[in-house]
Design a protein around this ligand. Structure first.
Ligand code: SF4
Ligand code: ZN
Length: 419
């Protein structure tokens, strides 16, 4: 028996019309995440017997228990069951959280995975919105949109720090597993890449092309995920792209991709390179986990992730970069990318690859330490991580240059980054 839900029982209006709506500071009642508290979303396949379909539980304080201006930790844990449901489908359904939560009038959602951000407006709270409604929406819409693969959905919302931290640890283990599924694949291995146009409601010309060695810039979709998404929904936002003739192996440009992107961006973007930020990089939307930028004075590049709020050597903080770059344009000198992509083999190889990396925030280095060490060694520079400057060294090109010289950073011996 399939459950069909015609109406969504929440006190706020709901629909795609509200997707692009922002919740500005003056209208903000409370928020979660956004670098201030932990905000994690995780969806997993569970045993059918363990799921009570439609059950939504809020563990911890809900909106009526909160004071205006509060920033609370949030964990959204969705368990699904279905005879047709494959484990590979988890990331696709999890990623729906983004637009579904945005469909609620007066509620805003940004980010994904363990760096989500939810802002709830005064207007939504006045109408009676509570966190339970997040679960009501997810239950109803996932049933509606994925009825072919889903039979049961149960949602648990956590707002106590210890519970959110526990969920986050569990989710991170799952993200790692998902990311590593493409680890052994190469772009040369496959003839087909996948598009992702899920973000066009925010960035109308933006088209991610996801290849095995370039995961989506949000970090939530890799090649395997897009392949599974296409399998679930053959007319959806993830379409196969025959890559076709290779126009530039070094920068990573294919005829088939260009044709697809031209069409999908309605002519706004005619071509882009997978492996370069200097020359015609891929388009960037506001979801990117990190943004890399050229540092001509250091003959290298830097990258900064969403969680780092300080200054950077390119002269802009992450939020400013995301504001300038996130509209779906291709901006030479800058490119959005996932954190995982930094250590994928093709990362910026058109510009010299990871060996060009001269600066990144300390917390990002630590987060990807293991993989950075491994990738550095593969590239003949096992201590690359110690040669990359961070904010403790400096936040301008002038400040970090003496450090790069002292450490004999490999970028300094490379050909000029701008020709
Ligand atoms: Fe898809 Fe790219 Fe948006 Fe991620 S950032 S959801 S891969 S369009
Ligand atoms: Zn996006």
């Amino acid at each position: 028996l399939k459950v069909t839900i015609a109406q969504i029982d929440i006190p706020c209006s709901f629909g795609p019309a509200y997707e692009g709506e922002r919740v500005r500071g003056k209208d903000l009642f409370v928020q979660a995440g956004g670098g201030k508290t932990q905000c994690t979303e995780y969806l997993e396949l569970a045993d059918m017997k363990e799921i009570d379909d439609g059950k939504v539980t809020v563990i911890g304080p809900d909106i009526p228990d909160m004071k205006r201006g509060e920033v609370f930790p949030l964990g959204i844990f969705v368990q699904v069951g279905g005879r047709e449901f494959q484990k590979d489908f988890e990331p696709i359904l999890e990623r729906q959280t983004h637009h579904l939560v945005n469909y609620i009038q007066g509620v805003m959602h940004a980010g994904q995975r363990d760096i989500a951000w939810v802002r709830i407006s005064d207007a939504a709270v006045d109408k009676g919105f509570t966190l339970k409604d997040l679960g009501v929406v997810l239950h109803a819409k996932l049933h509606q949109d994925f009825s072919a693969i889903l039979d049961k959905i149960q949602v648990t919302i956590y707002t106590k720090k210890e519970d959110v931290d526990k969920l986050t640890a569990k989710a991170r283990a799952a993200y790692k597993y998902r990311d590593e599924r493409v680890d052994k694949m190469t772009d040369d291995d496959v003839e087909t890449f996948y598009s992702c146009t899920l973000c066009q409601s925010f960035a109308p010309n933006h088209v991610c092309t996801v290849s095995p060695e370039r995961t989506g810039l949000c970090g939530a979709y890799n090649w395997m995920d897009c392949k599974a998404a296409y399998q679930i929904n053959p007319t959806g936002p993830n379409q196969p792209i025959e890559k076709g003739e290779c126009l530039d192996p070094k920068l990573g440009q294919w005829k088939g991709v260009n044709e697809f992107v031209s069409k999908a961006s309605r002519g706004a973007v005619t071509h882009y390179n997978f492996y370069s930020l200097v020359q015609d990089p891929m388009t960037t939307c506001g979801c990117c986990e990190a943004i890399a930028a050229m540092l001509p004075g250091c003959n290298g590049v830097m990258t900064v992730h969403r969680e780092y709020t300080g200054e950077t050597p390119c002269g802009m903080k992450f939020t400013t970069l995301a504001g300038v770059m996130g509209g779906g344009a291709s901006s030479p000198g800058f490119v959005g990318h996932s954190k995982y992509n930094i250590t994928q083999r093709k990362f910026l190889v058109g510009d010299g690859g990871l060996l060009r990396m001269v600066w990144m925030p300390k917390s990002l280095k630590e987060e990807i330490r293991e993989r950075l060490l491994k990738r550095g060694a593969e590239m003949g520079c096992p201590d690359l991580i110690d040669r990359i400057a961070d904010e403790t060294v400096g936040v301008t090109e002038e400040e970090i240059m003496p450090f790069l010289k002292e450490k004999k950073h490999p970028a300094l011996d490379m050909e000029p980054i701008v020709g």
